[in-house]
Design a protein around this ligand. Sequence first.
Ligand code: CO8
Length: 291
Amino acid sequence: CCRSPACDRATRPRPSPLQPPGLPLAPCRSFSNNKIQVELDESSGVAVMKFKSPPVNSLSLEFLTEFSISLEKLENNRACRGVIITSALPKIFSSGLDITEMCGKSMEHYAEFWRAVQEMWLRLYGSNMVTVAAVNGSSPAGGCLIALSCDYRIMAENPKFSIGLNEAQLGIVAPFWFKDTFVNVVGQRIAERSLQLGSLHPAPEAHKLGLVDELVPEEKLMEKAAAVMAQWLALPDHARQLTKTMMRKVVLDRLVAHREEDIKNFITFISKESIQKSLRMYMEMLKKKKS
Ligand code: CO8
């Protein structure tokens, strides 16, 4: 058992608590891919991951692959205990799955894309690190899933920013593991209503529903996220990690057990002409809204 990342992380010496703002900068290691920038402060053990894929941080195959690789790198780095996830773009956290990846592509592409979506979620929801989402913009569908998969969600208190699983509005259905993640945060009743209506909740409403844990003025978001992270990291890793695993394992295992079937279901569903038509109309609606 002690070879597992959880045990390894639990028994190694813990770095110092998170450095308060204003002190000289601690040693930082950063790596940046095309779409995601990561900075790890080795003295605190906290990484900040910023999505930087304009215009809207949509979750393309390339983005998802970079995301999973970045998470894996941090997970395997003994100096990292927690990650704050946010966006480098103004007004948008993430617009969710890249709809163009689900339109007019081959079966092979749909399979590869869906496997990457699954992989991202398995890594994030199952992470041993403390994960805090600093939601600094709108966060529909897959963007909401990322926030829901973290341990704690702080959102900028701007009512123009909204969050939710709005798949029903696109004429598609959130998969069971999106639903499970949502239910585990807000409970059955709220999830049932919100999912059926494909609701996007403005930040104040999302807070009322428990979809996000806290609202703060946008300029205080990162400071608050750092403070929350320090609070979570003050506990011994092993107890927190084992508790997290106990809470999330059933839901994670359900996808692991049905992964291939889930990919097949996605391909069958997304290739239907009626679904393709809905997605095309939705993309057109987005473009019209702009002009
Ligand atoms: N995918 C691809 N392109 C997108 C997406 C997206 N998710 N979102 C926006 N874009 C594009 C727009 O078409 C536009 O392109 P262009 O510049 O070529 O016209 C560009 O990004 C900028 O978009 P906007 O002008 O709309 O930008 P705004 O800042 O005004 O608004 C929003 C940003 C709020 C994010 C808005 O773009 C929006 O609402 N986007 C749609 C978000 C959405 O509904 N996402 C759902 C994706 S589906 C998903 O994540 C889960 C699917 C589960 C699959 C289950 C199947 C079985």
